[in-house]
Design a protein around this ligand. Sequence first.
Ligand code: ADP
Ligand code: MG
Length: 898
Amino acid sequence: MSQGIVEEFLSLKAETDADLLMMQCGDFYELFADDAEVVADELDLTISQKSSHGSSYPMAGVPLSELTPYLTALVERGYRVAVADQFDAEDGSKYREITRLASPGTLVETTDDDAQYLAAVVEGDAGRGESEYGLAFADITTGRFLVTAVDGADAAGAELYRFSPTELLPGPDVRTDDPLLSRLRERLDATHTLRPSDEFGSGRARHRVRDRFGESTLESIGLEGDSPAVQAAGAVLAYVDDTGLGVAAAMSRLQHYRPDDHLDLDATTQRNLELVETMQGGSEGSLFDTVDATVSSPGRRLLREWLTRPRRDRDLLARRHDAVEALASAALAREALRDRLDDAYDLERLASRTASGSADAGDLLAVKQTLGVLPALEEAIAGTQLETSPLPGVLENPDRETAAALRGELDEALREDPPKTVTQGGIFREGYDDELDGLIERHEELEQFLDGLAGREKREHGLSHVTVDRNKTDGYYIQVGKSVADQVPEHYREVKTLKNSKRFVTDELEEKEREIMRVEEARGELEYELFETLRDRVADHAELLQDAGRAIAEVDALASLADHAARNDWTRPELTDGDALHVEAGRHPVVETTTEFVPNDLHLDRDRRFLIVTGPNMSGKSTYMRQAALITLLAQAGSFVPARSAEVGLVDGIYTRVGALDELAQGRSTFMVEMQELSNILHSATEDSLVILDEVGRGTATYDGISIAWAATEYLHNEVRAKTLFATHYHELTTLADHLDGVANVHVAVDGEPGEENDVTFLRTVRDGPTDRSYGIHVADLAGVPGPVVDRAGDVLDRLREDKAIEARGSGGDGTKQAVFDLSSGSFAGEGTESRQEPGGATDAVGDGGGAGVEARDAAVDPEAADVLDELDGMNVAEISPVELMQRVEEWQSRLDE
Ligand code: ADP
Ligand code: MG
């Protein structure tokens, strides 16, 4: 029992897996040994030395009242911090216990307005499909608690990226899955916390969830008991309980969502489209940053959620569009609404703080004020065009009657100017509680008595220089100037002599003092008790507050979308269940805010589902394609879109991939990753998806690159049948439009002839057809690449133009490696084969074996001729017009000529 402070600290530290321990010692929270060094370093605290049992330990501390800011700062730097409080033992000694564990995902005091998700990810038990993952996301600052199950590690990664958790609890299987773990570490800015494996166990988790939310919860939210989603939920609950805060109480609702409710956006796509963060990392210049005009932090959080989790439900989206449309055209009413929103506090967060018992009187007042925003918004809507919009419905969602009653209750209870701490009195209005009123009245009487005492003593006893005051050591006293100190009456008892005065007490004063102390204590206790009761009343309504907060956030988010739409001339998209994406005069939502933007049309549908986008470097290909993705995404987030008109067939997912070369420049990616992601797209995309491929294949040698691009195009077109935009510098791909029905070419137009003195002028206009020249060679020339190289490049290009096979030129000499690309078949021959060659000279690859390429495998007949014969064979002469017949024959002749 005689262990010293430091020993106590070290043994508590051994009990917890927290990074740091702050232990109460009287009026301070102290840290010792290594922990002291860490905080001293992080937070600039002074280190002193504490000796204990002959050793000396570094020590650092903060006053009790400063715990919150220091704790917050440490946790926001990624530390998990345990707090031990001091208690009185029966025998009068002190002991300490860990009362709280604060971590990045469980910090109620966060200073950040963004959602703060604690996430768990767990791989489902074997037998249930080996790669089902359970995910749970809890924001304990607002009480939001969402769970889902997805197939495959990629989908799990994508969901995690969407929520961008601050802390992650990886399940036992995930912990040993190095590829998944390293991807999560690379993409998420989350602290990984390892919890005991049994907390992820299915039975235990199910029990915990039922225990918290009720026996029938799982059934009612459509979750099977053995879903890994339940395991993840259980692990989150166990962890939140362990933090020692009552916050779990605010997590009153478990929401189960299906990944199908939302647009599939893999992590790469979310990053490529720069939804909330740019490729460079900052938030400025992201889509969210550009469109966000919300006035409250809940509105901001919700808008962010809408953009990162776009929907597939047409009715829901139509309601958002209706609201945005009404708000966009009613500028005055919109401004009036936004004014009212200014008065709203963060109700979801207040709900959580009330539930955890950390709300103060100011917080309850904020609840009252914010509940008042609901009717105020309704008033602002009344009599305007907004009356017939979905907005009134949004505001009717929360239980308004109960909200009004709660507001009334708070209004009756709370004074308008509550004190900072809940123990200093002055919280409640007169008339709220009779007993409290009685105590306050008595307290005031006593104070008045004391206020008047000095004057009365002066008069009665003819004393000058008399004051009555109180301090900690002497209590109340009558202070008399030295010059008249010997004239005081008999019943004055001297308590202290000072330099210029003496202090006295009287029986009466002592009696009043005792009473005032008693009254003050009773008043403080009663007031605190009343406050706790009231706070509990409010906490009982956590769900209502969450609903009300959500409704207000929704109005804010909708008004924000409307505001941006109105200011930037955006238009309401027409959503259809079809396959088409028709955009007239579309713009890029972010680029248009900083550039004189040239609008462009875009037409995709079932019969024209694959566009090959060509054009020189910097002409605007990437922008054009991202614009298509962003317009679709905005439409499915419920927003208007930057276009003159847009018909958007709902998609189930957007997949983008940028070639590794472009990404390499940013030090991010490798060709391997590029191919993994391409593979993911080819597996995941469906007929209803939108796929954007930007220079895919560019990260490797040309022939590899073309072949991959070519094959991916065929696969996407023939098998997946997704709407696709593919920008490529492989001009060769443009011939695919002749072979595949759904493929069409567009190009970004430029002015200026290659080889001319003047640089090309970028027109930024997208036109049908392939780009007709290679500006790459022109650029190479401009850049000073030696003449012979430019000439040879032109040579090679000409051969490609002639639709002839081309061989790569080796370094010269016999037996150099050759790779041969045959355009007409779109395939390769001779990669790595030995072939003889004149030093420095080109040979025609269409040599000995007839046509080159894979088709030439058993080339008894020239493959081109075989094709012609096939076509001839399959032709039904009765169904073909004479003119067309002539054209066909002419085409065959020319093909056979080659
Ligand atoms: P590419 O992918 O063809 O190399 P980018 O799409 O990256 O070209 O565009 C190059 C530059 O041109 C970017 O800085 C972009 O802002 C600008 N740009 C692209 N499209 C337009 C447009 N329609 N109107 C105005 N500027 C554009
Ligand atoms: Mg580009």
